[in-house]
Write a protein that binds this ligand. Sequence first.
Ligand code: ASP
Length: 325
Amino acid sequence: MTTRRITEHLPFGEKRDPRFFGQDILSVSQFDRDDLETIFAVAHEMYGIVERIGSFDLLKGKILTNLFYEPSTRTSSSFVAAIERLGGSVVQINNVTYSSVSKGETLEDTVRTMESYTDAIVLRHPEKGSAARAAAAAAKPVINAGDGPGEHPTQALLDAYTIREEMGTMDGLTVTMLGDLKYGRTVHSLAKLLTMYDVKINYVSPDILEMPESLVAEVDAAGIEQHATADLDEVLAATDILYVTRIQKERFEDPSEYDLVKDSYVITPETLSGAKERMAVMHPLPRVGEISTDVDSDPRAAYFRQMEYGMYVRMALLALVLGRA
Ligand code: ASP
């Protein structure tokens, strides 16, 4: 965000939180634990309001741009549902081939265009750092909905919200991240976010898909105990949160490398027989075989609840960023 151009007058009683109002959401590192508590508290209110009345007019008149250069089901549609449940509306651009991007327009010019029509831009783009570039070009808030293998901060917020809902707390937990830790942006954001809590993190992946060293160093600097292995059995019994990820096929330069690792881990009911009675299996979705559908009926399978919580967390973020929480 370069300059502020917000001139509207506040209706009586409306409150704006300067930590969020008009701000870009680019990385979980921009938040502290207090900020997270605020987001979770507002998300919890949103949850209750949706249960009771479905939608309300908090953001009436506000328009969001959903600008997606990469495929999305949950992030894109939960942002649409979130703004619409708050009484606002959305301009959806999810097939950039039919926009001026196919004529060679830069990301910067596209976001400048969309901010002149709408109040905030949700951006998903294949390049790491793209959300920061867009934010530098735009005066209105840009929300990073995934910048290539970089970060996915709104996913990490909903993941943390899910952990609290499932386990009651984050402190004292052992979180095991499994799968593609190299290219998986959701685990990058979640590991950074977890540094704000008293947790232990295990990384389980094939050798070629290990968590990037820079991230491990960042988590280490926060004093978090970390352990990396290729063998899930080594850490499963002590795990409170098993965070499973998809091998990110689209990020491999060499397709034969993908073939080597694609079936590395499959969670089945048998796998979970070695896990705690009280724990949660999470996944940002989509899954492509790494959790068997037989696991879905296990009460520990939290991934469908997790995606529902995503809408409440995104409602909270929109309300806070657009200034009416
Ligand atoms: N939906 C998540 C993402 O966009 C996870 C995935 O695609 O595997 O990063």
